[in-house]
Design a protein around this ligand. Sequence first.
Ligand code: UN1
Length: 512
Amino acid sequence: MLVQNTVHGVLERLGLESVNSGACGTGWIESPSGGELVSYNPSNRDALARVRMASEADYEAVVSAASETFQRWRLLPAPKRGEIVRQIGEALRMHKADLGALVSMEMGKILPEGLGEVQEMIDIADYAVGLSRQLYGLSMHSERPEHRMYEQWHPLGIAGVISAFNFPVAVWSWNALIAAVCGDCVVWKPSSETPLTAIAVQNICNHVLSRNGWEGVFTLVIGRGSVAGEKMLHDKRIPLVSATGSCRMGYRVAEVVGRRLGRTILELGGNNGVIVAGDADLDLALRAIVFGAVGTAGQRCTTIRRLFLHKPIAPKMIERLKSAYSQIRIGDPLDAHVLMGPLINQAAVDDMMAGLERARAEGGEVLCGGGKPAIQGGFFVEPALVKATPSMPIVKEEIFAPILYVMEFDTIEEAIAAHNDVPQGLSSAMFTNNLRHAETFLSVTGSDCGIVNINGGTSGAEIGGAFGGEKETGGGREAGSDSWKAYMRRQTVTINFSHDLPLAQGIEFHLD
Ligand code: UN1
């Protein structure tokens, strides 16, 4: 791995200098033969590292290792699996500063967000440890005398995790650490934009696992979607594929995995809206909107993309937003004064510019931003505020960039209808101090999203709740609540402790 001096210290402390590859089953594969992948820093386009990708043969070695390990891992009592995940949480705490910095360098989010992402991993590790002593089934009353019924949960097998560049490590952890306490082994295919953070996390896990006499519980395959990703989708040894990314990718995953009756957890596009009622606390709303729309340079699936303002407050709010946007410092994500880093690559910049062109063509007005700041090197853009109407076709699309469409409404009902009138259904929010407005938004005729917030933005969900959304967002749920059930197989058990054989539904069946 070739490493630049600027990131030398971080990589050294993360133990990456001795790592030489991008595929790991039971230890790093010395020379994976899937070709070279260069990881670039989107702030300056410098090459951070050159990674060797997995070939089909390397993929095979990794999945075989995971399958073999699963046979034994599933037998380890869940709380013991939890103990190993606890140690991974500890190791993440130890490496938080370096891993957070590496996330910022490779993905481009500002350092507090890079650190926040690692914190999200630590939080889910803690959650998974507690969960490892639960994984509870229900018991039911049998209709037959002296019968007992209950359900129990068994490990499922290998969970395939396909993660996106924008949360290069946290989304893996939501899946992997829960799957691991459930008794599954995990094969991870990270985004090709962020192989280095994946290698760092894999390395941290390897150390903890080997200290405990384990290997192959967490495995890694870095490779093109068309090789590693496709193989995973078709692979019957992988009963569950959890994928985060675009709707286009999700349709492919659902189709291929569905054809073999495998399970999927899909966390796809969002097009998250915020409704600001006339009675809302506007200071609160302003802060939440700016963080939600500009944070992570608009590259969260939970980013605020659509803002609905009650007409009487709209002019004032728009002025305040313009003023806030003009104060956003754009630049090096490791600089403490910077609030917005670069986009991930040139294609993302082009998508944003093309989106703004289309918005103009459809009658939208760019109120501020939307240009390219005069910063050398990286994929920097200015966040844009666009005056729009709900009927503009572009408002119904997710563009993974900091474009916020501002729309006005007269009644709450009208705002909710416009809010729901998009194909995606991830996160949503309303700012109001009116109980009726809030409860209407939370009711069955309110938000149609998987996540809904009152007086808070759409992004920044906590790990304790189930994370995911409806419609084209894919319907999957990850992280907290009972999301763990997707990583296990349910078994309904009936025990007859009588001396007779009564049949359910009152059926009589006598031999003579
Ligand atoms: C994502 O963008 O894919 O709620 C995940 C949030 C974060 C996770 C975002 N906790 O914004």
